[in-house]
Ligand binder design. Structure first.
Ligand SMILES: Cc1cc2nc3c(=O)[nH]c(=O)nc-3n(C[C@H](O)[C@H](O)[C@H](O)COP(=O)(O)OP(=O)(O)OC[C@H]3O[C@@H](n4cnc5c(N)ncnc54)[C@H](O)[C@@H]3O)c2cc1C
Ligand code: FES
Ligand code: FES
Length: 1338
């Protein structure tokens, strides 16, 4: 049948305004439409795959059957615009704005300091706003559920949750008269004796927040209600350039369409089809949308069970189940209960709001959480086609393979029948994911057993697994063999053996983690066994005795809302009221970030004639380029040109980085290296053409991927760096014990929410260009573009308004991207925009260097470490980038807080065929110090002395000489340590944990306290300079520019506070527009926690110059106003513009002599964390963290505490969950939030306390403050060591003591496999050299 040529008008509303789209294109997503067609750029692109929540909007629709308006949050990157007919969309701009009025939901996230770089903020606002539209007084649990699909890389979530908890009915007494907890700050949990005089706990004033007034919200457009009620219901068509979208109304129409277009997908939530089209290049010329077909949307209850329409969203199913569970007798509702339970942890809130039950089943994904449980519960599928209807049991025979079912192509799944359970029937579901929220399970399972009445004799059994094959698989044979067996330990061990035989995972299975998955398969069965035993016991069936300490194995982790304290020094009593330095001021653009008005690079409106650029990258790790065939790509619609090394007018080699070319020439040395770039009229055209460029390679040897490969091939960059104190080799001879070991520390992806972006506008003459770039080092971008263009820096101007997170990843890499975009702009003479897709960003731009540490340690019987020899091997990738500086910093700080008298640390930078790694918050210290702490921990394990005692006894106690011969005073380190022990009630917690561990076999808790001593700044004097330019305009307003980049760390806010103090003017007079090489030249990168220190000094110097000029006028007329003084200065011809310059400290490091003065000052801290692990699954929860930080006298305690919490959370990610996976050929698998897990809201410690050390001063920096954005990341490792402590307790129960290996990150896989027990010992293991694994440790 030919397609109907008719194209309907798509009608929907956005923020109360009607949109009529005559040419709706089914390929366009709502996100694209909002940003590029309606210019509503508040909604952000973070990943394009539904995994980050940055693009969240609220969608509202009128259900004419219930006559109710429904609001739900959705990820606009997955919503096809054609889906929106008759719906209303609310974006962050529609919620409130500074032009009209901001909304409480925007105000509270901003004022509670929940917005740093601000890129996630609109998404957070929209998730919360939707929750409040549905429920103005939510519970904290509902709040956490609403935010479960939103990621933030900066804040660590605590302040977002704190701000939004003020809306919750169960956490705030704002509504009561009189004494409200919020009037005392957000630390109401503190008793008066806990608040030390002179300290402060109030980061925001909740009692000043605007109340929520639901009468002020945008109303649902009445026109849409009329449309829903009156319009004739007819099939609709939307036709784009390549795809036709058909939306039928009646089941008959749907079946006809499916008969005519059997290959067309039925798109309901688009959460499976959408990512397939986007990421796998799947193409569907016809799409059928069944969402308007009523038969697929209803839920009914019968005597036999419940029937769910296949198009019902998972949220709808969950809500209905929740209601039904209150009514249906418990014994009949077992399947419903388990389904409800599983739905709570499936995806994030937005995904559940969009995804359909039918879509989840028919996608036949191996990791579907629902299929195992639906199959085990013996559900039936009601399917229809033009030929009739039939019922298919959901079982092993239904799933044929990856994405394949036994349904015929012309069939439609209408509904799913879930039967009631019976008295002697037991059903359970299990899942273990790399992260609790919004993560696909590694393995999941649905299990059911039915017993003969009043007995424990099995009459039926069904076991299904996900994550163990290409689709959901059943253990049919096992189940048959269990029939007739009694539910006892014998049955358990037989079942485990049979299951392992039947559900066999090859060693090479895609996804890897094979031994872990095998272990989970039987660990889940053990949990099921225990659950059923307990239930049988309650039903009076005599049982195998369950040991008391086994009971918690079946429980969920302790739930609870997040309690927190933030304690900091109050400002001095004699500070003037006008002087805002030291106050916890909100980030100066937080409100704009919360309203979506804050502009990021890709928010800049497209220019006339603008083109789009997409990179073409290498698919081989090491190969010569035989040919680049551009012909087919150049012929494609919209393609303007393809730029290669031949088009570079200047140098194809990057400045400073002599081993890094702009475009690969002749050969490639990693997968992901840029070979050429396609430039087209639209980004979609550029992407399509990029796929059509054909590169022919000739593979070369060797291919070096791992540090072990590099060591074998001696593939290193520079000569090794080394520092030594004492005589290490001699000391080994006198040590009571000497041991050797090694430790792998995995790398880390920056995962800034804003991907790298550039816009280059050629000015048309003299090679002049304006470059808008997401860079934390605009000078480097400027110099790169100038060199590559063969011109001078005075022609290339780089501008950065703000960046959406950077963390070191936007220092070097943007230089190359800007250069390529500039080449394209030069060649075409048109503006060119390049915004990296998340997957490309992760592939191309590298991250933190993975480290391999090898060590030899000598210690005495009493625990004193007398000698240590450590070698670091960092995996730098295919170019050096900043990896030599990274290893140097790691070596400089290798001793952390320890005065080990004989200490040698050396480092090698491995040259491998991985994408080049770069700077990352902490610059090698988090990797290096983890290894130091690991060897210290090993001493504790080997000596049997508690780790905190080993740490304490080996710590610097008095002034000492560091490895590089600089004098060091540990005074504040020791104070931080002591305070941390006290504030965390370390010893009481430790005793309680020991008691808990005695009473629980399969749940263990652990505790660790870690010290930190961190040198701040750059060891190169020239990097310690900065400049600023301040203009005072005639109306008294002040424009400040400086060399620092605002990337969320609040540098502009602090600069404004400095100006306010120095010029004695209110903040409202001061403005910071952007950072530009045009106003402040020769900037240094904003990095190393040092940008505020140096730029602040420069700003202060500029202010002082201006103040000196104004002082005579002020003293002449002290009563006049600022405006009058400025006006008078102008009339007297006094310059009101000044530069400020800070020359910085003469830091240096002489590696030849092993001595130097690399750091101006040290920052100290200590951190204690407590965790609980599930020994059977490897899951863990962060129960409590107490951090003490010596922050000097903070310029802004709210900003500093934000940095501490954010850095700590990033550290928790580094050490416990963020795992980059590479194939043995060096192909990065983890290219988006679906595969790479950064911490989510549920990873915030349930008790999270931050204390700024009182009485700490820093005469070497601005107003006695300290830089702390980087150092605290390392303290995330307290969670790693707490996990190790918990694992040790688990191993002890298995009779194993002493040291064990745990690489970082301590993922659920590693935790589970370290908790050696009868299940880990039972699984089959493959000889390491007998197969090629799916991924390798790099
Ligand atoms: C970020 C993210 C996180 C996720 N996390 C999880 C998770 O933790 N656990 C989990 O289980 N899943 C998870 N998913 C997967 C998600 O649950 C499924 O993609 C979703 O349920 C599919 O439903 P849909 O309506 O979006 O399907 P669509 O993408 O609209 O369609 C999927 C497929 O189903 C077919 N189909 C749909 N309805 C019918 C019908 N009535 N008859 C015949 N065929 C039909 C379509 O033809 C298509 O082939 C996640 C997805 C994303 C994007
Ligand atoms: S951009 Fe849509 S979820 Fe990430
Ligand atoms: S503030 Fe959340 S990502 Fe930056």
């Amino acid at each position: 049948m030919s397609l109907d040529n008719r194209a309907d008008e798509l009608i929907f509303f956005v923020n109360g305004r009607k949109v009529i789209e005559k040419n709706a294109d089914p390929e366009q997503t709502l996100l694209f439409y909002l940003r590029k067609k309606l210019y509503l750029t508040g909604t952000k692109y973070g990943c394009g795959g539904g995994g980050c929540g940055a693009c969240t909007v609220m969608i509202s629709r009128y259900d004419h059957l219930t006559q109710k308006i429904q609001h739900f949050s959705a990820v606009s990157c997955l919503v096809p615009v054609c889906m929106l007919h008759g719906m209303a969309v609310t974006t962050v701009e529609g919620v409130g704005s500074t032009k009209s009025q901001i909304h409480p939901v925007q105000e509270r996230i901003a004022k509670a300091h929940g917005s740093q770089c601000g890129f996630c903020t609109p998404g957070m606002v929209m998730s919360m706003y939707t929750l409040l539209r549905n429920n103005p007084e939510p519970s904290t649990e509902e709040l956490l559920e609403a935010l479960s699909g939103n990621l933030c890389r900066c804040t660590g979530y605590r302040p977002i949750i704190a701000g939004y908890k003020t809306f919750c009915k169960d956490s705030c007494c704002l509504k009561k008269d009189g004494d409200c907890c919020m009037n005392k700050g957000n630390n109401s949990s503190l008793s008066s004796d806990q608040i030390i005089e002179g300290t402060c706990t109030e980061l925001f004033k909740a009692n000043e927040f605007m109340p929520l007034d639901s009468t002020q919200e945008l109303i649902f457009p009445p026109e849409l209600i009329l449309m829903a009620q009156q319009q004739e219901k007819r099939k609709m068509f939307f036709s784009g350039e390549r795809i036709t979208w058909i939306s039928p109304v009646h089941l008959k129409e749907l079946l006809e369409l499916k008969a005519n277009y059997p290959k067309a997908p039925l798109v309901t939530g688009n959460t499976n089809v959408g990512p397939d089209m986007k990421f796998k290049g799947v193409f569907h010329p016809v799409i059928i949308s069944p969402t308007r077909v009523q038969a697929l949307n209803s839920i009914s209850q019968t005597e036999k069970g419940m029937s769910f329409g296949s198009a019902c969203t998972l949220s709808f199913v969950k809500d209905i189940l929740q209601e039904a569970l209150l009514k249906i007798p418990r014994q009949e509702a077992k399947a419903f209960q388990v389904l409800f339970q599983q739905l709570k942890s499936l995806g994030g809130k937005q995904i559940r709001n969009m995804a359909s039950l039918g879509g989840n089943i028919i996608s036949a994904s191996p990791t579907s959480d629902l299929n195992p449980i639906l199959a085990a519960s013996k559900c039936n599928l009601n399917v229809s086609s033009k030929d009739g209807t039939r019922q298919i049991p959901l079982n092993e025979d239904f799933f044929l393979g990856y994405g394949k079912t036994s349904m015929k192509p012309n069939e439609v799944l209408v509904s799913i029948d879930v039967p009631n359970s019976e008295k002697w029937e037991f059903i359970s579901a299990f899942r273990q994911a790399p992260r609790q929220d919004n993560a696909f399970a590694v393995v999941n399972a649905g299990m059911r057993v039915v017993f003969k009445e009043e007995s424990n004799i099995i009459s039926q059994c069904n076991i299904f697994y996900g994550g163990t094959g290409p689709t959901t698989v059943g253990a049919r044979k096992t189940c048959q063999q269990l029939i007739g067996r009694t539910w006892d330990e014998d049955m358990l061990s037989t079942a485990c053996r049979l299951i392992l035989d039947e559900i066999s995972l090859p060693a090479t299975a895609p996804g890897g983690m094979v031994e872990f998955r095998r272990t989970l398969i039987i660990s889940f069965f053990f949990k099921f066994y225990l659950q059923v035993l307990q239930e049988l016991k309650q039903m009076g069936v005599p049982d195998d005795k369950i040991p008391q300490n086994y009971l918690s194995a079946t429980e969920d982790f302790p739930q609870g809302s997040i309690e927190s304290k933030q304690i900091f020094q109050d400002i001095s009593w004699n500070q003037s009221a006008q002087d805002l330095l030291g106050h916890p001021l909100m980030h100066q653009s937080a409100i704009k970030q919360a309203t979506g008005e804050a502009m990021y690079c890709d928010d800049i409106r497209s220019m006339d004639g603008e083109l789009h650029l997409v990179m073409v990258t290498s698919t081989r790790p090491h190969a010569s380029i035989v040919s680049i065939d551009k012909m087919e790509a150049l012929k494609m619609p919209g393609v303007v040109t393809i730029v290669t090394a031949d088009d570079v007018p200047g140098s194809n080699v990057m400045p400073y980085l002599q081993d890094e070319t702009v475009f690969a020439e002749n050969k490639v040395t990693c997968v992901g290296e840029i070979i050429c770039a396609v430039v087209a009229e639209t980004v979609t055209q550029a992407k399509r053409a990029a796929r059509a460029v054909k590169i022919t390679y000739h593979d070369l040897k060797p291919v070096i991927i791992t540090p072990e490969d590099a060591i074998e091939k001696q593939s290193f960059y520079s000569a090794r760096r080394k520092l030594e104190r004492g005589n290490v080799d001699e000391a080994f001879k006198t040590a009571d014990h000497v041991f050797e070991g090694h430790m792998h520390v995995g790398g880390q992806e920056h995962f800034y929410l804003e991907t790298q972006s550039v816009i280059v506008i050629p000015k048309g003459e003299d090679k002049e260009m304006d470059v808008y770039v997401t860079s934390q080092h605009p000078r480097f971008a400027q110099e790169s573009v100038a060199l590559v263009m063969g011109t001078h820096c005075n022609k290339i101007m780089c501008h950065v308004k703000r960046v959406g997170g950077a963390f070191g990843g936007k220092i070097i890499k943007p230089g190359k991207l800007a250069s390529i975009t500039a080449v394209a702009a030069y060649k075409t003479g048109r503006p060119v925009r390049c915004v990296l897709e998340r997957g490309d960003d992760m592939l191309i731009t590298g991250g933190r260097q993975p480290f391999l540490g090898k060590y030899k340690v000598g210690f005495m019987n009493d625990g004193r470490i007398i000698s240590a020899d450590v070698i670091y091997y960092s995996n730098a990738g295919n170019t050096l980038d900043e990896s030599d500086l990274v290893i140097e910093k790691a070596i400089l700080q290798a001793d952390n807080a320890y005065s080990i008298p004989n200490f040698r640390c050396a480092g090698f930078v491995c040259k491998t065929n991985l994408p080049s790694n770069t700077a990352f918050r902490g610059f090698g210290v988090p990797e290096g110090l983890l290894i130091t702490e690991y060897l210290v921990n090993e001493v504790a394990m080997r000596s049997g002395i508690p780790p905190e005692k080993i740490r304490e006894m080996n710590m610097y106690k008095e002034k000492h000489i560091k490895l590089f011969k600089q004098e060091y005073n540990p005074n504040l380190l020791l104070r931080s340590w002591e305070e941390c022990l006290e504030k965390s009630s370390f010893y009481q917690q430790k005793a309680a944990i020991a008691e808990f561990n005695n009473q629980n076999r399969w749940r263990k808790r652990g505790i660790a306290i870690i010290p930190l001593s961190y040198g701040v700044g750059f060891p190169y004097g020239f990097l310690n300079q900065a400049a600023a330019l301040i203009h005072i305009y005639k109306d008294g307003s002040v424009l400040v520019t400086h060399g620092g980049i605002e990337m969320g760390q609040g540098i502009h806010t602090k600069m404004m506070q400095i100006v306010s103090r120095e010029l004695k003017i209110p903040l409202s007079y001061i403005h910071i527009s952007d950072t530009s090489t045009k106003t402040v030249p020769n900037t240094i990168e904003s990095a190393a926690s040092f940008a505020t220190d140096v730029n602040g000094m420069a700003v202060k110097a500029a202010c002082r110059t201006l103040k000196e000029r104004l002082d005579p006028i002020i003293s002449e007329n002290p009563k006049k106003s600022w405006e009058e003084w400025v006006d008078e200065a102008f009339m007297k011809r006094i310059s009101l513009s000044a530069t400020g310059y800070f020359r910085g400290w003469n830091t240096y490091m002489d590696w030849e002599k092993s001595e130097g003065f690399p750091y101006t000052y040290y920052m100290h801290g200590a951190c204690c964390s407590v965790v609980e692990i599930d020994c059977l699954t490897g899951g863990h929860r962060n129960l409590r963290t107490d951090i003490i930080i010596d922050a000097g006298i903070p310029l802004n305690p709210a900003v500093d505490i934000g940095q501490i919490e954010g850095a700590f959370t990033q550290g928790v990610g580094l050490y416990t969950m963020e795992e980059l996976k590479y194939s043995p050929e060096g192909v990065l698998f983890t290219r988006g939030p679906a595969q790479y897990k950064i911490p989510a809201p549920s990873d915030v410690p349930q008790k999270f306390n931050v204390y700024l050390l009182s009485g700490s001063k820093n005469p070497k920096a601005l107003y006695s403050s300290k830089g702390l954005g980087e150092p605290v990341l390392f303290l995330g490792c307290s969670v790693f060591y707490a996990i190790m402590d918990a694992i040790a307790a688990a191993r002890k129960d298995s009779g194993i003591t002493g040291h064990f290996t745990l690489y970082s990150p301590a993922t659920c896989e590693r935790i589970r496999m370290a908790c050696v027990d009868q299940f880990t010992q039972q699984i089959p293991r493959d000889k390491p050299d007998s197969y090629v694994p799916w991924s390798v440790l790099v």
